[in-house]
Design a protein around this ligand. Sequence first.
Ligand SMILES: C[S@@+](CC[C@H](N)C(=O)[O-])C[C@H]1O[C@@H](n2cnc3c(N)ncnc32)[C@H](O)[C@@H]1O
Length: 389
Amino acid sequence: MHVTTEQAETLILAAGGRETELDAAITDIGAKAVASLAAEELVFRGRLPSNKTLVHVQLDMLHDKETFTYTISVRAGEPVTLAEGKHDEAIFLLEFELAILVRSLYGAPREHSATAHRKRLLVERPTAKALYEGPLRGDWYSVGRAVDTVLSGCTAGPADLGELSVRHGTDKWGTWHWYTPHYERHLRGMRGEPVRILEIGIGGYNNPDLGGWSLKMWKAFFPRGLVTGLDVFAKHGLDEPRIRTVQGDQTDPGFLTSFGEQNGPFDVIVDDGSHVNEHIRTSFEALFRFVRPGGFYIIEDMWTAYCEKFGGSESAVSPPTTSVGMLQSLLDKLHYQERPGETGDGIAEQVVGVHVYHNIAFIEKGLNAEGGIAPSVSRFFESSPSTPQ
Ligand SMILES: C[S@@+](CC[C@H](N)C(=O)[O-])C[C@H]1O[C@@H](n2cnc3c(N)ncnc32)[C@H](O)[C@@H]1O
C-alpha cells in the first residue's frame, strides 16, 4: 500500500502545520499507508551502515490504538532492508507515535529535536549465553551501530550534496563533473522547504529499469521535496514515494507547455537531458515560465556548446544557437531596461540573475523590473567647457 505523490505532498504540508491538520491528513490517507511511507523514508535517509554483524531492528509505529510493525535489517556493505512484520531475531525495538515520526521526517526543520521515541533491547537481562552464543556472537558494538543507522534517518543533520551524489550513483560530483558545490551554494537556502524539483534526463536511456540516480539524490537533499523526472523513455519502474517519472520529449514545445501547466510551477528545473544545444534552448524557452519566482533553471554539460556533434561550435565566440550563446543573450535580456524603448520579450522580465560556472549555469527567476538608470543621467558623452570643440 503506497501513498500517491499528491498524498505525500498533503502529508508534508500538514507536517509543517498544526497537530490537528497532521492527524486529519493521516486519517484521510490511512494510517497503514502513512506508516509504510514513514518507514521507507526512515530507511532511505539513514546513514550507511557500519556494523559487521547483521542486526534486525524492530520499528513499531503507534496510531489510534493500532501498531504498525516493520523490521529493518542492517549490516555494513549491504543495502538496508525493510520488511513488514516482526523478525524472530530482532534484538532492538524502536517505538514511535506515528504522527511524531511523520513530523520529525517532514515537518519544518528544527535545530534540535527532543527524543521522540521509546527504545529498548528485546533481550531482557541478556545472559552470557545470549550474549556470546546468539547470532551476534558477542558483537554488541554492531547493535549500537545498527540502531544509530536507523535513527540517523530522522535525527542526523543535512548531508553534503557531493556525498549524496556519490551515494546515489549520479555523476554530478567525482569522476566526471564537479557541480555539487555550485548546487549547494544556490539551493541550500530552500533545503528545508517543501520544494518541487524537475530534472530533464532520468538516466539509463532505453533501459526502463536503469537510471533515477539524481532523482534519489534530490529526494535525499530536499527531505520535504517532491521530485519529478522527465525522460524520452518510459521509466515508471523507478517511481517511489516522493519520486515520480514522466515520459516526454524535451524537443517538443507543445508537450513541455502542457506538462508545465499540469505539473508546475517548480522551484528548480535541471536540464540534464540530451545536451543537444537546440534541445537545451527549446526546453528553456518552454519551461522557464514554470519556474516559480525565487527559483532556478539550471543547465548542465555546457561543454556541448563547443562540440559540433551536439549542434555546438568551436568558434572563439559562441553563436546564439548554442547554450553558451543563449546565456550570453540572457545577459542582454537581464539589462533590457537600460535600452530605451525596450519592453522585454516575456523572458527578459523574469531573469534576475545569470550565474555561470564551468559547464553549469543557474538562471535565477524573479521580477526584473527595477527600471533603468535615471532618465536625468545623460546617455551620451558631453564635452566639458574646457574641452576644445
Ligand atoms: C545523462 S542522462 C541523465 C542522468 C541523470 N540526470 C543523473 O544525473 O543521474 C540523460 C538522459 O536524458 C534522456 N534524454 C535524451 N534525449 C531526451 C529528450 N529528447 N527528451 C527527454 N529526455 C531525453 C536520456 O534518455 C537519458 O536517460
